[in-house]
Design a protein around this ligand. Structure first.
Ligand SMILES: [Zn+2]
Ligand SMILES: [Zn+2]
Length: 402
């Protein structure tokens, strides 16, 4: 069999580019098995199948190519775009994640000295900007899964490494989402180790000799703060249980519910008092005061008519999204583009029933059918309090996809 030269593609290779261009994953899968010499070959523009699949934002094709050993560093592209540059331009955050997990250096520059994240910002792919900027390589976390110095056991059990990684790279900084993530990832039983690890990660980031990422250090401090707030709720729940021994345990993780209710509880003018106070405490406790992110957050919180602290934090860590941002957010956990909404008033959106259930204790005060006008609705629906659980269940069963 004659080996191919760089510029001469065989028929299978040519068709592979064609299938990727057409997003024909099934056709692509069939052809890829017929390749004789690996997946790192280029078309007339110097692009590999991996780069094309990234450009198309085709997660499945990207995954197949990576599984087949595609080299993320193999680059013949004239403008020096890495697969991450193409992924960032495609707008698909999952493809960005796959390439980051494969070990790409996110600071790699293209021929016009732009990083992938800057390219994503340029075309308005904010989620990709956030995905790339919040990324932490697995290997920086491995240290904490090993026994260090006087420790008897590591701060993070090695088996939890992947879960901890998922937790740390999450881009949604809403405290409710952080708590729900800890719960769904099964990390609640290790809050103490998690808190210590995040403190150490913050410290280590700020004390690096070069390439200090202040924003990530601040994020680690913030995540550690939320974890310690959850631990406080856990203590309170334990104390309450001791007081009322005759009451049956309401559920293992009732402290998560306590924390979430605290976060979502609005005062009379719709502000989130608890979050406002605790985030201000969180800033006050940030140990590195001589850095840009600290000064920026402090000056914004001290401004006349400041934005909510959570917004200040989000903007500080993830950057401003600009005025044209009309993205909708889950009223409970702040996730982007939730696809469910309250079937009764159609005014608020949620990721799922759980998010709706958690927010209902606040939302029931303002929820009403869209036919009644705003002033009438508040007086009628809030007067019916407390709404019995049967009504909430009925409400939840009616949740619709918008
Ligand atoms: Zn949600
Ligand atoms: Zn409603």
């Amino acid at each position: 069999m004659e080996p191919n030269t760089e510029n001469k593609l065989d028929e299978v290779q040519r068709q592979i580019f064609d299938r990727i261009a057409k997003n024909d994953v099934n056709g692509f899968k069939q052809l890829i098995t017929q390749l004789k010499e690996g997946v790192d070959f280029v078309d007339e523009d110097g692009m590999t199948p991996l780069q094309h699949a990234c450009c198309k934002g085709n997660k499945e094709a990207v995954q197949i190519l990576l599984d087949m050993g595609a080299d993320i560093h193999f680059n013949k592209h004239g403008a020096d775009y890495t697969p991450l540059h193409f992924a960032a331009l495609s707008g698909n955050t999952e493809v960005c994640r796959l390439i980051l997990d494969a070990g790409i250096n996110p600071s790699s520059l293209n021929s016009v000295s732009r990083t992938a994240s800057q390219m994503a910002a340029f075309v308005g792919n904010h989620s990709c900007v956030e995905t790339i900027n919040n990324y932490v390589p697995r290997k920086t976390l491995e240290y904490y899964t090993r026994v260090q110095g006087q420790q008897k056991e590591p701060l993070i059990p090695p088996g939890m490494m992947d879960l901890f990684h998922q937790f740390v790279i999450e881009i949604n900084l809403h405290p409710v989402r952080i708590a729900l993530n800890l719960q769904s990832l099964g990390l609640l039983k290790n809050l103490q180790g998690l808190k210590k690890t995040l403190e150490l990660m913050c410290d280590k980031e700020m004390k690096k000799t070069n390439d200090v990422n202040e924003l990530m250090a601040f994020k680690f401090h913030y995540l550690g703060w939320i974890v310690s707030e959850l631990m406080r709720c856990e203590e309170q729940c334990k104390a309450q249980r001791k007081e009322k021994l005759n009451e049956v345990d309401a559920g293992k993780h009732d402290f998560v519910e306590l924390f979430i209710k605290r976060v979502l509880k609005e005062n009379k003018i719709g502000q989130l008092d608890y979050i406002e106070f605790t985030l201000r405490d969180c800033v006050r406790e940030f140990p590195f005061r001589d850095c840009t992110v600290f000064r920026q957050v402090v000056s914004q919180l001290a401004a006349k008519d400041p934005q909510p602290a959570l917004v200040v934090f989000r903007n500080a860590i993830n950057g401003h999204r600009g005025f044209a941002d009309d993205t909708s957010y889950c009223s409970s956990c702040g996730n982007e583009k939730p696809d469910k909404k309250c079937s009764k008033c159609k005014q608020v959106k949620y990721c799922d029933r759980e998010c709706q259930r958690l927010h209902w204790f606040m939302h029931k005060k303002t929820c009403a059918r869209p036919t009644s006008n705003a002033t009438a609705s508040t007086s009628t629906s809030s007067a019916k309090e407390p709404i019995d659980t049967a009504e909430l269940h009925e409400e939840l069963s009616k949740i619709t996809t918008s």
